[in-house]
Design a protein around this ligand. Structure first.
Ligand SMILES: *Cc1c(COP(=O)(O)O)cnc(C)c1O
Length: 434
């Protein structure tokens, strides 16, 4: 399979080049040249497969020419070794829990898969691979965990100082070894801008083999299509149209869903639910894409003012606004609405969501076609609520026990390198340690 740049279909690369360079040299994002439809025999038989079996079947369609099947199977079995429960809350309301990986957010699917894929693709190279990743919270911890101790790979995590939760910060600053946390005086968009600039910088690329672990990397998107199939397959009743609400920030998760739909998954529509950072819902309304400065919210992993995967979503919809509206409905919600939704889920269903999942629930609740018995709604729960004790504790009087993995991180000492929000500061630092 070849991968083309969203800036020019003629600019193509191999899987290895696409994954190991992250961003195309023209600044575009890589997309697979073909998104094959799954064979009907498989689509009709999804429920018979385990999550890992299903993931392997899907991965084979996309990567099967480039990676020997036994290796692909091993990567998947090793990376995706956790549960993906679909929990029923009401007769037509479900939540797909994507937070059962080691860092308790859905980023584990992508980061663990990508770490193993990159190690495989880089296996014959003498050059150390340097991964630069910008995080609004959860990517950094998943990437740090996924790559910790990976031979021949160094990881630098850019995170916005004071804008991620204490637990998130502990999870990405306590690894040491091949993982370094760069604490940036700025917003997530500053971190993302610095990372993008670094990939296009000639001097850096002369001195380092740089790649990205952000969702600009195609390796992250592929595993994010697997769980849509698995969640759908677990539904008991599929007679009504199925709508999936995706709490979105950089829109990598939603891109994975759109890829699944292209591969034949019968989802009627996706809901892109955002917090106050609402450039995509606005685009769906007005047809104008107007990136804005990031606004800080209680669903901080979605505080993205200029979502990088928008280019891929446009591409998947052939740059056609009407086509995009058929596949995606968008809405944005305030922090007050999110707090109310957390309380509502607890009171009505005894379910404690995290702030991001609560935004997903709001998307379903406000979906105009969501009249009783007309459709089945699934929202994605993208993080464990215990990752956000500052928010959750104010709203419910139950104590949320800290899962073991988080407790361990909380007891360790933070190590970060503080840098200004200027690209040059990060560049000089990277050159000094290379
Ligand atoms: C990253 C993240 C999101 C947003 O996902 P995108 O793919 O960037 O849209 C939502 N919720 C949580 C908990 C996250 O970590």
């Amino acid at each position: 399979m070849r991968y083309y740049s969203t800036n020019s279909k003629k600019n193509t690369a191999s899987l290895s080049k696409a994954v190991l360079s992250g961003l195309a040299d023209d600044g575009g994002l890589y997309m697979p040249e073909a998104i094959p439809r799954l064979p009907a025999s498989l689509l009709n038989n999804l429920a018979a497969l385990t999550f890992r079996e299903l993931s392997f079947e899907i991965a084979k369609q996309l990567l099967g020419e480039d990676i020997p099947h036994p290796i692909l199977e091993e990567i998947i079995n090793d990376a995706l070794n956790f549960e993906v429960p679909l929990v029923q809350l009401d007769h037509d309301l479900y939540v797909l829990e994507l937070f059962h990986g080691p860092t308790l957010a859905f980023k584990d699917f992508a980061a663990r898969f990508m770490a193993r894929l990159m190690s495989y693709l880089n296996r014959d190279s003498d050059a150390e691979l340097t991964i630069l990743v910008a995080t609004s919270g959860d990517t950094g911890s998943a990437v740090a965990h996924g790559f910790a101790g990976a031979p021949g790979i160094r990881v630098f995590i850019l995170y916005p100082s004071g804008k991620i939760s204490t637990i998130q910060e502990k999870q990405l600053t306590t690894h040491g070894g091949n993982i370094t946390a760069l604490e940036i005086d700025g917003s997530f968009d500053d971190c993302q801008r610095i990372a993008k600039q670094a990939f296009l910088d000639v001097e850096l690329s002369r001195n380092l083999t740089l790649t990205s672990a952000n969702s600009i990397n195609i390796a992250r998107l592929i595993p994010q299509s697997f769980y849509y199939f698995y969640g759908y397959a677990r539904l008991k009743n599929k007679r009504q149209p199925v709508v999936i609400s995706v709490p979105s920030g950089n829109f990598g998760n939603l891109t994975g869903g759109l890829i699944a739909k292209k591969m034949g998954l019968p989802i009627a529509r996706f809901i892109s639910a955002t917090n106050a950072n609402r450039v995509v819902p606005e685009f769906l309304q007005t047809g104008r894409f107007e990136p804005k400065p990031t606004r800080q919210t209680i669903s901080n992993a979605m505080d993205v003012g200029n979502p990088s995967n928008f280019a891929r979503i446009l591409d998947l919809c052939n740059n056609d606004l009407e086509k995009m509206r058929e596949d995606v409905w968008g809405a944005s919600f305030t922090d007050d609405q999110t707090r109310d939704a957390i309380q509502e889920l607890v009171n009505k269903f005894g379910y404690i969501p995290d702030p991001h999942g609560a935004v997903g629930y709001l998307g379903l609740k406000h979906y105009p076609e969501n009249k009783s018995d007309k459709l089945i709604g699934i929202f994605l729960e993208t993080a464990h609520p215990a990752k956000f004790p500052e928010v959750i504790r104010q709203l419910i009087d139950r104590e949320l026990p800290l899962p073991e993995a988080l407790e361990k991180a909380m007891s360790m000492k933070k190590h970060s390198v503080k840098l200004s929000g200027e690209f040059d500061a990060v560049k000089q630092y990277l050159l000094s340690v290379s």
